[in-house]
Design a protein around this ligand. Sequence first.
Ligand code: ATP
Length: 327
Amino acid sequence: MKHVLVIPGDGIGSEVITPTVEILSELVSSIDFEYASAGKALFEAEGFSISEGTIEAARKADAVLFGATETVYSSAYRSPVLDLRQKLDLFANVRIIRELRPNRKKVDFVIFRENTEGMYTRDEEQLPGEVITHRRISESACRRISEFSLSYCEEHGIGEIVCVHKANVLRLSDGLFVRIFREIASGYAEIESSDMLVDAAAMNIAMAPERFRAITTLNLYGDILSDLGAGLVGGLGFIPSANIGQMNAMFEPAHGSAPDIAGKGMANPFAAILSSAMMLDHIGFRKESEKLAEAVRSAVPGVEVDENGRCSTISAVDTVKRILFRS
Ligand code: ATP
């Protein structure tokens, strides 16, 4: 039996996670699900956005399935997803940018984003008339994201990877990252590796996304480039993600709680369902994971997704269920 902690969160987070868990429960009988709250609603009720008990439950679970939480712009509010990534040391964020809609340009690449430091240390200093943000880049974090991304490529038959950085300006910090990436990549002779400035990468992704197979990058660049990638393939509702650490793993759609469409039944659930397929693979249900991902690929052409990436959540979920469970 595997144990999964489900944190649906706010807004469309819970709208996409609830049907995802329904699908998982029917697909795999040997997972038990435990639920926990986090996010804005919890913060408004209790004054904290995630409890220590939930962090502990996440640590003990085989995996965490996370929806999304709404950002609260208050200094008292801590982002639950950042807390989980940092406290569970989920150092590698894997985001799959893949075109699933029919008759579109081929886009199929993975972004590996360093997940624990960079601009996300939340360490800002208010001084008279200015604010200083401390951005930390450590040798160990550069080493483990480089090692992780190269070995993922090796395991998944991906033959090329680009290290994306801004070492022409941030010579010490990003320079360290590129140097370590090159050193580790030299041990992977069968993977073609190169590096690119983040501004050039943004333009190249927009103009010729089919040239990319894998990108490894620092925290903020990874966040921005994955939204750019999402924009190319129909929106954030198509981008699944995994947060992987040495001991724990958390799976979540790359989108937020989307307060603008919450409660309207328009959230695209494919990112959440595909994230759960990544989770199944991670916890040892490879066959079921492939079956679920294949069902999503077959379902997408039959679901109407508008130019803003929205669709009927119910009809998208029903299409996946029909494909998966028809006798
Ligand atoms: P957060 O602060 O939680 O990241 P946000 O609004 O900045 O919230 P998202 O929630 O990711 O970021 O939403 C960005 C845009 O993408 C919004 O217009 C939202 O409606 C749209 N969007 C995000 N996810 C989906 C989805 N699953 N289906 C349809 N549209 C989505």
